[in-house]
Design a protein. Sequence first.
Length: 431
Amino acid sequence: MQVEGIDVWRVLKGAGVKYVYFVIVDIYGRPRVDIMPIDMAKDAFIDGVPYDGSSIPAYSTVNRSDFVAVVDPSAVYVESWNGGKAAYVFTNTLDGNAPSPLDPRNVLKQVLERAEKRGYQFKIGVEVEYFVVRGNPPELPEKAGYFDVPPDATRKVVEEIMENFAAAGLGETKTHHEVAPSQFEVNIPYGNPLKTADSILMFKTMARAVAAKHGYTVTFMPKPFWGMNGSGAHTHISVWKDGKNLMASVKEPTQELKWVVGGILNNAISISAIVAPTVNSYKRLVPHHEAPTRVVWGLGNRSAMVRVPYYGGKINRIEYRHPDPSMNPYLAFAAVVLAGLEGLENRIEPPPPVQEVAYDLQGVRETPPNLGAALKYMEEGKIARELPSDFVKAYLGVKQAEWQSYAQQYQWEKTWNTITPWEYEQYLTTV
Ligand code: GLN
Ligand code: MG
Ligand code: MG
Ligand code: MG
């Protein structure tokens, strides 16, 4: 039986939900919400939510601004961190009667349908890293490291985040203190990429709210502190056919796994502006901090861009380490799936896996030096031509403006190894 929006409304009403937050995803992958009391929301579950598309980057222009967002009945999260009074309901925007190509959820849905038509299902899970900080410029409340017992300063925040993770319907997860002081990681469970992307937005929203209750800020900026590890969003990918994981094997990677790696490495430079989309992202992609700089892959190699997890020789997925949590996950997953599909269809054989620490390898391609360069590669690359052209145009527009705003104030050659006030202003609490 197909669940309709109105069925969801009845369940929410019955559960005592007081407000509905209708979520429209913007081009940065951030949630924008229209908030309605539950009774008023009933009609919106049937007819959709009307809104001003010209005020959400970058749906439209002011002369063509009336859009309708229809609810996705399979994407509903009841807020647990504020007493369960509100429900977040994701939407898809229509342009006339067709899905708007400027809605990132629509962009990803179309790419997943394309994969499905060719008989493939991609499943994606993500490790999201973040810092718990205070103030701007941010201060670190504690100095613990990898797998340390969290000191009191961050422990209460992290435990409350974990409690709410399950309660908000984000699934089961685990957490640990990461390498850098006051840095943590959480695992967004693997599954349908659209759901994983929704979960990332909900996770960030929840984690921010919980930290704020304790007087802290949770930041997802990729490199808040120079000289320490940054925060990645390692993206774990498996490809399935007829219910079977094509990447499952022992010791030797499968042919399909290698083709997907081939597709991702071939496109990695031109999708960098999508998976690492901020000025600050490129300060993370530097040697010796467990983030990739060389476009290579390896088994169990955390300095490579793609690592094949290889615990006891058992293989079931690949880990793409290039993305960071400032990405728009819908767009990033769309790009990754397109790159993987290209690898499968064109049987792209990757170069041999590397065993060495990759940072010093000579004669291999490197990640772009900064956002400006990454945007040029994106413009010239194949994946940008396979995504809806209106979306790509809008994305390049906002991202070029972001780069220009930085470049007008700072010279990259002089600031690549320092975190500027502009970045804190721009990213600390927003990405
Ligand atoms: N923080 C590292 C990054 O930026 C990853 C560290 C780890 O998970 N081992 O990608
Ligand atoms: Mg991890
Ligand atoms: Mg980690
Ligand atoms: Mg990892």
